[in-house]
Design a protein. Structure first.
Length: 329
């Protein structure tokens, strides 16, 4: 594979090259990992998109919101990339990857790019290489990158480590003020959107928005937030209502953070976070060697039989692993 040529075509915004590049960085093959690292080094570093993380429980309307929001942005002349993460089956390992089917209008737009990826075994609502995929989309010249997570719970917040602004979608009647002050995903959201604020659910959405607005005032103010943020808003993705207001708030929050110096500081902190994650993943990959698997099998059998305590067996395994590394030339 000609990495220089692929990087050049990605930088020119070729969709086929971008799709191929994302496939390369998502590959688990050792030779592909080397090529992916070389590709990322070749990309232009002077392009930045607005990275928007989007999360919410299953069925809250994330895909509908992204399509309506994306169509509005495309209508304003912006290029929009959507990285949608689909849950992988714990039984078969497969994923449906059906977000393009859901986003029928946006998928046909020439200035939009939708890429579904399986979550595989990665926790936190995103795929393991979502951050590299974001960098590729930025290099391809997209103005806005939307990162849609799988339907997540209270503690899955990894998407905030790759986004500039984090949106949380909630359904009407989804909780009271106490729910709103729970730690976890609530306290890292920049804007909470109460979706489906239309029809018979309009009244319930209004009450829910009021509850969360009150709850957010009780959360500790974050240094990178101007007055009024985090905030709760009502939207209807189906009726395409409230989208312009959301976009105006996103731009205002982005401009304020840039002016105050928080934008670059946050991205630098995120880079440090992913560096440490790469180190952790590299260490965990040592457990996949044949020697490590044999040791785990032997010690696991001893733990199962009650011959050794789990903590003691784990200590012996780690000591053996260190000795094995030290004996290598």
């Amino acid at each position: 594979m000609d990495i220089v040529d692929l990087a050049d075509r990605v930088a020119k915004g070729e969709r086929r090259a971008l799709a191929r590049a994302i496939t390369l960085v998502e590959s688990a093959r050792d030779d592909h990992k080397v090529q992916a690292a070389a590709l990322l080094d070749q990309l232009p570093k002077d392009r930045q998109a607005l990275r928007i993380g989007l999360s919410g429980t299953p069925g809250v309307g994330k895909s509908t919101f992204i399509e309506s929001f994306g169509m509005m942005l495309v209508g304003q002349g912006l290029k929009v990339a959507v990285l949608a993460v689909d849950p992988s089956s714990t039984r078969s390992g497969g994923s449906i990857l059906g977000d393009k089917t859901r986003m029928d209008r946006l998928s046909r737009e020439p200035n939009a790019f939708i890429r579904p990826s399986p979550s595989q075994t990665h926790l936190g609502g995103v795929a393991r290489r979502s951050r590299e995929a974001v960098a590729l989309c930025e290099s391809a010249g997209f103005d806005v990158v939307l990162i849609e997570t799988v339907g997540v719970g209270q503690s899955e917040t990894v998407v905030a480590q790759m986004a500039d602004i984090f949106l949380l979608l909630l359904a009407p009647a989804g909780g009271d003020e106490l729910q709103g002050v729970k730690r976890g995903i609530m306290e890292i959201a920049d804007i909470i959107l109460i979706n489906k604020a239309d029809g018979d659910l309009k009244a319930a959405a209004t009450r829910t928005c009021a509850d969360y607005s009150g709850a957010l005032r009780l959360l500790r103010k974050r240094q990178q937030d101007p007055n009024g943020y985090p905030k709760a808003m009502m939207v209807s993705a189906l009726k395409e209502e409230g989208l312009n207001e959301v976009w105006s708030d996103l731009k205002a929050l982005r401009d304020w953070r840039c002016a105050q110096g928080f934008w670059e500081a946050t991205r630098a902190g995120q880079a440090r976070y992913w560096f440490e994650e790469e180190v952790k993943n590299a260490l965990l990959s040592q457990l996949e060697t044949a020697t490590a698997r044999r040791a785990l099998s032997v010690l696991g059998a001893q733990v199962t039989s009650g011959e050794k305590a789990p903590a003691r067996a784990a200590q012996e395994f780690l000591i053996g692993l260190r000795h094995s590394d030290a004996s290598k030339p």
